[in-house]
Design a protein around this ligand. Structure first.
Ligand code: XMP
Length: 516
């Protein structure tokens, strides 16, 4: 186990991921956690992340030097490097020299940490103060034109640090430096592999649910719930029942993928609730986005709960359906301040509360995983690539991609246009370069066109391809013109009601990814 101590920068998650890419398991802990508590987890190594640019800044988080007395190797990055220098008796000074962004470092003595790294290379920096003298016994490994001590190590004590950010993409050889620390200085073994992740989780879930426990899992069609369900299925087999609510707002082919391909790949017992009619009736006459969302959310909970009640009723005599499976990911756990232990939350799931008398214990097989790991596990478990590599899709589905009232006819139009855009994106091999590609139907707008000899008066659709890392911010994706052209030609030829295809070139902010 490697602990990544989060000093409040956005880098901790990235560091934790890079550690896992080096096949070593990592967890993030807040810097406020007492050192004794960190040590109780028996980490093999501790990484001090970046943070504010100066250890002298007002309110800058500090470090309990006891962290250096335990058995764990310690690696400081950026701010963590300065804290380390300061805590071990070196000097950190306001030199007035600041380095931000791409910076050239000179490796004077490679030591263990920088072994095999070119003498001159570019790294990513972000600091105001500099370490001017390394602590006693440390070897200085690298410098820049303004920072005399840019990297150091004390291999016997298992300590090392760099002023730069080895975890970011723009730092050359960053991963190699991290691996030198993990493998060669801290002595971590490379045991974190996708196969092991799945096996460990299956074992853990088997223990949690026990010999005769039963579980329910809501499938959304997305990758998280599908992988969570697949893991639990491996752990407890038929004692898991999955529920898929078909609200009629899914994209073309998605329901079939779940009903047919997911079930074929996993052998999961699946209940599909066909609720299209109910949802469309509830949505009739509604165009306001928030009202649509509320209605869809409400109907979803109702339907899901009714399905749950049926499953509970039909469970074999004497066995209790006590567990609810959720696809919670590690970033959600970190962001909600959790991290430790398993949660045991009363009747609570993604889409709202269950009745008071229904108490579920949560089963969260993905609680320790990042999205990219979830995808790898999904592949390992043999899920179809269309599910594993699916772009995120909002719970309210196409209901919030029709601007105006949602009707069956409009859904069919949008489904056709969306399927064409997706197919062409896939054919161009661009699925994994694009975060999401909503297609939006402007159902209340009409424009004049001409097709063949006749005048048309059809609807426009908007293509909204975006790139993003986490959906918090996004940029419009520069999809090649020829791909856009194919999409436009096919949609206007094949979807009779659509006579115009437009491209949304707004970033987020100020736009959002979805139109509603
Ligand atoms: P926006 O449109 O706010 O979307 O930029 C950010 C991300 O969230 C997704 N999204 C939703 N997901 N239920 C969901 O499960 C929702 O109600 C919902 N609304 C937006 C959106 O697709 C994007 O990935």
């Amino acid at each position: 186990l490697v602990l990544v101590v989060d000093f409040g920068a956005q880098y901790a998650q990235l560091i934790a991921r890079r550690v896992r890419e080096a096949r070593v398991y990592s967890e993030i802990v807040p810097h406020e956690m007492p050192v004794a508590e960190m040590m109780a987890k028996e980490p093999k190594a501790i990484i001090l992340s970046g943070g504010p640019s100066s250890v002298y800044a007002e309110g800058a988080p500090s470090l309990d030097p006891a962290i250096f007395d335990g058995d764990a190797a310690v690696f400081g990055m950026c701010y963590g490097f300065q804290l380390m220098a300061q805590g071990l008796g070196g000097t950190v000074a306001h030199t007035g020299a600041r380095e931000y962004g791409r910076t050239r470092v000179h490796v004077g003595h490679a030591g263990t940490l920088l072994g095999g790294v070119p003498t001159e290379h570019n790294v990513w920096m972000s600091h105001g103060d500099s370490v001017t003298a390394a602590p006693d016994g440390f070897e200085v490994l690298a410098s820049t034109t303004v920072t005399p001590v840019a990297a150091f190590e004390h291999v016997d004590r298992g300590f090392a640090g760099v002023q730069w950010h080895p975890e970011v993409l723009h730092t050359e050889h960053g991963q190699r430096v991290l691996e030198h620390f993990l493998w060669d200085i801290a002595g971590c073994r490379q045991t974190w592999t996708v196969g092991n992740i799945a096996d460990e989780q299956i074992e853990r879930i088997r223990e949690q649910i026990g010999e005769d426990g039963r579980a329910i899992c809501g499938l959304s069609g997305g990758v998280d719930s599908a992988v969570a369900a697949a893991i639990v299925q491996k752990a407890i087999g038929d004692r898991l029942t999955c529920v898929y609510v078909d609200h009629g707002l899914m994209r073309k082919g998605e329901t079939e993928q779940i009903e047919r391909d997911f079930v074929a790949a996993t052998g999961t017992r699946l209940v599909v609730v066909d609720a299209e009619k109910q949802f469309l009736e509830a949505l009739a006459g509604v165009s306001d986005p928030e009202t649509k969302r509320k209605i869809i959310g409400r109907e979803f909970i109702r339907t899901f709960e009714a399905a749950e009640a049926d499953i509970i009723k039909s469970a074999p005599e004497g066995s209790k359906v006590k567990f609810l499976v959720q696809g919670t990911l590690y970033p959600d756990v970190v962001e909600s301040g959790g991290g430790a232990g398993t949660s045991n939350i009363k009747s609570h799931h993604n889409v709202g509360g269950l009745p008071e008398d229904l108490e579920f214990e949560l089963v969260e097989p993905l609680r320790t995983l990042f999205k990219d790991e979830v995808r790898l596990v999904g592949e390992q478990l043999g899920l179809p690539p269309e599910i594993v590599w699916r772009h995120p899709f909002p719970g309210p589905g196409l209901g919030i991609r029709i601007i105006g009232e949602v009707t069956r006819e409009r859904l069919d139009i949008l489904r056709e246009a969306d399927a064409i855009a997706r197919a062409e994106l896939t054919a161009a091999g661009l699925d994994r370069d694009i975060w999401q590609f909503p297609v939006v139907l402007l159902a209340d707008v009409r424009s004049v066109g001409v097709q063949g000899d006749g005048r048309t008066y059809g609807h426009p659709v908007v293509l909204r391809p975006v790139t993003s890392e986490d959906a918090m911010t996004a940029d419009w994706a520069r999809v090649p013109y020829d791909v856009l052209e194919r999409i436009s030609t096919r949609i206007t030829n094949e979807v009779r009601e659509v006579n115009r295809v437009t491209l949304d070139i707004t970033s987020k902010p100020p736009g959002t990814i979805e139109w509603e």
